[in-house]
Design a protein around this ligand. Sequence first.
Ligand SMILES: Cc1cc2nc3c(=O)[nH]c(=O)nc-3n(C[C@H](O)[C@H](O)[C@H](O)COP(=O)(O)OP(=O)(O)OC[C@H]3O[C@@H](n4cnc5c(N)ncnc54)[C@H](O)[C@@H]3O)c2cc1C
Length: 469
Amino acid sequence: MSGDRAAALRAALAGILDAPGILAGSDIGERYKQDWKGMRGEPIAVLRPATPEAVAATMRVLHRLRQPLVVQGGMTGLVNGGVPLEGEVVLSLERLNRIEAIDPISGTATVQSGVPLETIQNAASEHGLFFPVDIGSRGSCQVGGILSTNAGGNRVLRYGMTRNSVLGLEAVLPDGSVVSRMGLMLKDNAGYDLKHLFIGSEGTLGVITRAVLILLPEPTSRDTALVALPDFPAVIALLRACRRRLGARLTSFEVMWRDYFGLVTGPLKAGRDPFAKPHPLYVLVETLGTEPERDRDALMETLGDFAGDHADTDAVLANSIAESNELWRLRDASGEAARAANPSAGFDVSLPITSMEAWVDEIHGALQALGVASIQTYGHVADGNLHLVIGYAKERPEMKGRINDCVYRSIGALGGSISAEHGVGLEKKSYLALSRSTAEIDLMRRVKAAIDPDDILNRGRIFTGGESK
Ligand SMILES: Cc1cc2nc3c(=O)[nH]c(=O)nc-3n(C[C@H](O)[C@H](O)[C@H](O)COP(=O)(O)OP(=O)(O)OC[C@H]3O[C@@H](n4cnc5c(N)ncnc54)[C@H](O)[C@@H]3O)c2cc1C
């Protein structure tokens, strides 16, 4: 049946997709079937257009056939949004991998959506420029993926979410029409800013094919420190001191609880614990600037004065890029740590920093009472974003639902968000109403139904029921 469907698609797409542009049967590799979290699905076929025009032509055919599809970038998403469901084809953007232009004068990169994040970071650097979005999956995730999930990451504190680094965007709608505003200007209030319909809507409204990204002058200083702290009030005090003393230089403030830090420096051996004794909390602080000596002095003085005022703290400062990277390994090992807790339930929640200490204590207690096997706690705390990875026994698969209920209901009651940065996908959609009102979800459904009345594009992701009939 699925073979017949693939053959019909191949015939309908002849002249649009070349031979490598359509895969069916045993030619479909595992990478198109399974996402980073391990969820699996069998697509009818994988379509791999090589140009934005071919994406639009492909979409016109799929629309005519009312063929459901799921869009795929680097498949590093953490909410199962890219996994093919029954009866879907995969539309992979991996061949749209050209950096079309880097313009040092306007400070922009015009790129196709299949370019990996790290490729853009490196290309910008070759021109003395800097693309500020940075996440642990930088080697694999693609522009289309970070835009459609509005990825956050390690530098949101200073540069905002991915949305803040985009000037222009091109997307193909479910019927194959192209909406293109590849603007190079920051100021453009001529009507709705339609790019924001596509940024963060997880591929449910259009297929992103190209974008104009904002590049900044490359910082000439980078200073990284790891600070060990006795309790959460000390974390808040350090954040306030860093903000006050370091100003715009402060780019990262990543907090790791002992449960996570002990795992990555111990059994996982992802990095070295530089301190003589264990501490309850660790903070990775990073500054980027343009005055190397003054920037380094500012960080050293801030940490020195902080240690003078707060007992039982310790700190190490990286002396080279290699040492800085070594400290970042501790935080970037979150992917390996999550895989080590298999099976597990992962969370990406946000809540006011003022509620964080009490919430973490409460949720740790509630999870332990449920009988979980392990807890990992870390996050981009300065922007209110916490990650939890909760391991449970293989023999108790029902635990996943109980853990989800426990965490999401308590975050909902606090007025926090069930998804700070990873999105909703399939994984969190049954909890969306804990973070969004009925009126908001209803409006999302109406927008979806207006743009995709046949509900063929990323159907059932974020919420069910976008179809207008
Ligand atoms: C180790 C690790 C660390 C991570 N750290 C962070 C982090 O700090 N912050 C953060 O926000 N996320 C993080 N993530 C999650 C993930 O990397 C990001 O969500 C990333 O943006 C996904 O990009 P991708 O290309 O892999 O997209 P995919 O996983 O392929 O797709 C993600 C979603 O976007 C849609 N999509 C993909 N491309 C397009 C397109 N061109 N047009 C329309 N829709 C599209 C898909 O249908 C799917 O719904 C991390 C993931 C890992 C594995």
